[in-house]
Design a binder for this molecule. Structure first.
Ligand code: ADP
Length: 572
């Protein structure tokens, strides 16, 4: 029998039993109430009339109204004859009461009394027999009601125990099935036997599981194909590529990467990169750079010997993030290391550096001879020049000096770029460097009518630096300060000691530099937009390289309209 029929039958039987119980209860109560009313009307009233008549009989000789009450009660009794023989006895009683005269004898009263007792007895007997009948009917009713109540309770108990189990068992089974599917066990199937309702649910569930299983198989195939495709793409790239997961396990590596890392495909994929790096210097270097904290500075290209030749690679570390389905927050899934082959650019760059070095070097001698010739031209012993000629000589000298400066800067730059920067340190007092710079810029100071003030403490440590390079830096800073200051302004140059460092600073009160350019001015060829003073944009970049080669730093403090203060900080 299916669940619906079982439920309908159970609840139907329970309903019929409760209905029977109610009907039986109503019927029994009604029967008892009719019986008690009968007793009241048929017998109790007769007993009451007889008592009235007995009392008026007793008072008959003393009370004149008693006869009236007697006759009245007799009339009521005559209308309430309900028992067998009651009619005859009541008729005899009527005759005797009617025969009563004013002189009543005791014998007459006794006879009437006897008749009255007989009426009373008849009614009392009837009351007794009727109440015993009522008692047995009440007992029957109690019996029936008890039986029906027990049946109801038994059925309800069966319902209470069996019903939840009948409903919940298949639901539990269904729940377990759904949990299995949620855990990707798509082979799970349900069977509810002859349970008709749940059989349909099981059929739908099994159908769904079957489709999911098919879907997984097909999507797995698709995923595998896509994976292979991506592997093929990664392998076809000429740049070495390595993929790491957040635990530093190697996810993939293309052939180029295997080749430059000198590793053999095999059991590399899936292994921890740090573990492989123990026996592989290049991988160790790559991993160190990937996981170096707060390292946002640009890295030098890596020099790698592969296939018997020297190559340069620029490492790109790309952290990978995905948006998991249904989540808004991004999740870190690993790093992608790409090594860009920059050998060609490196070769071009060094060709450019060599070219600039050669040209600058070759230009230095002719420029020096031009300057020398100009010196001779200005000598009055060789003849005097007219005003126009003197002016021309002055402007040629100025341009030649600028040319000499630029060739000097370019030569310095080529030294830094080619890595051939050689320091020849000497012990020197900071004041000597300051004095050198002041002297070297004296002509400029006079031309722009600047006042250079020197701030120098009494006690200051000596420095161990390449005096030519650092003097060049200070001179460049002082020359910039003069060029970017209005005429007749002050320039402060000085030194100060801070613990184990000596600061040499140059401060001017010119137009200053917008803070957003503070980083860029130390980059090659950068010039603050709108700068009218001529220049190459190389001075500060070379200064930075020179100072950093000494383990020092160069910094700027400036705001627009408030001048600049450049500080070179060197270890003692
Ligand atoms: P150059 O002076 O040859 O252009 P630098 O590297 O020495 O190159 O300076 C870069 C730029 O920084 C300059 O072009 C100029 O705009 C700015 N600059 C440098 N020093 C000062 C200064 N003291 N006051 C204002 N601007 C300056």
């Amino acid at each position: 029998m299916n669940l619906r029929n079982r439920l309908t039958l159970g609840i139907g039987v329970l309903f019929v039993l409760i209905l029977l119980l109610g009907l039986q209860s109503v019927r029994s109560v009604r029967q008892l109430s009719v019986a008690s009313k009968d007793i009241l009307a048929d017998n109790y009233n007769s007993v009451h009339y007889v008592e009235e008549m007995l009392r008026s009989l007793d008072r008959l000789s003393q009370d004149s109204t008693s006869r009236g009450v007697l006759i009245n009660s007799l009339a009521l009794q005559q209308q309430n004859i309900t028992e067998v023989n009651e009619k005859e006895v009541t008729s005899a009683l009527t005759r005797k009461i009617d025969a009563l005269t004013d002189s009543v004898s005791i014998a007459q009263i006794q006879e009437i009394r006897d008749d009255l007792y007989r009426v009373m007895e008849l009614n009392m007997n009837s009351i007794r027999s009727k109440s015993s009948g009522m008692e047995s009917r009440a007992e029957d009713a109690v019996q029936w009601l008890t039986i029906l109540s027990i049946l109801c309770i038994l059925l309800a108990a069966v319902f209470l125990i069996r019903f939840p189990a009948v409903i919940l068992r298949p639901i539990d089974k269904l729940k377990q099935g759904i949990t299995q599917i949620a855990n990707h066990n798509y082979d799970e199937r349900l069977d509810f036997g002859d349970n008709k309702e749940f059989r349909a649910v099981a059929a739908s569930f099994n159908d769904m599981a079957c489709k999911l299983s098919e879907y997984r198989r097909s999507s797995l195939d698709r995923l595998m194909t896509e994976k292979k495709r991506i592997e093929a793409i990664v392998n076809s790239l000429h740049e070495p590529i390595i993929g790491l997961d957040p635990e530093r396990k190697i996810l993939f590596m293309n052939n180029e990467a295997f080749s430059i890392l000198n590793l053999k495909r095999g059991n590399i994929i899936g292994r921890n990169a740090a573990e492989i790096a123990l026996n592989n210097d290049l991988l160790r270097r790559l991993i160190r750079e990937v996981y170096a904290e707060h390292d946002d500075q640009e890295h030098e290209p890596l020099k790698i010997y592969a296939d018997n030749k020297e190559s340069y690679f620029q490492m790109d570390n790309i952290p990978l993030y995905i948006n998991p389905v249904g989540e808004t927050q991004q999740q870190f899934v690993g790093n992608l290391i790409i090594l860009n082959n920059v050998t060609k650019y490196k070769e071009l760059d060094s060709a450019k550096t060599n070219f600039i070095a050669t040209v600058s070097h070759e230009m230095k001698t002719p420029i020096s001879s031009i300057l020398m010739s100009l010196q001779l031209l200005g000598d009055s012993r060789l003849g005097s020049l007219n005003e126009e000629q003197t002016q021309l000589v002055g402007s040629i000298r100025e341009s030649s000096n600028r040319l000499l400066n630029i060739t000097g800067e370019l030569l310095n730059l080529t030294q830094v770029e080619s890595g051939k920067l050689k320091l020849m340190p000497k012990i020197i007092k900071p004041i000597e460097l300051i004095e050198y710079a002041i002297k070297a810029t004296q002509v400029l100071t006079e031309r722009f009518h600047c006042f250079v003030e020197v701030e120098y403490p009494e006690k200051i440590s000596k420095l161990f630096v390449d005096n030519e390079k650092i003097a060049w830096v200070i001179t460049n800073l002082l020359s910039n300060a003069i060029h970017h200051s209005p005429e007749n302004s002050r320039i402060i140059i000085g030194a100060a000691q801070h613990d184990k460092r000596v600061d040499i600073y140059v401060q001017d009160f010119g137009r200053g530099i917008d803070p957003r350019y503070h980083k860029s001015i130390f980059e090659r060829y950068f010039r603050v937009p709108g700068t009218k003073v001529q220049g190459s944009g190389l001075g500060l970049a070379i200064s930075k390289d020179f100072v950093e080669a000494h383990g020092g730093t160069i910094s700027i403090e400036s705001e627009i309209g408030k001048g600049c203060r450049f500080t070179v900080s060197l270890p003692v």
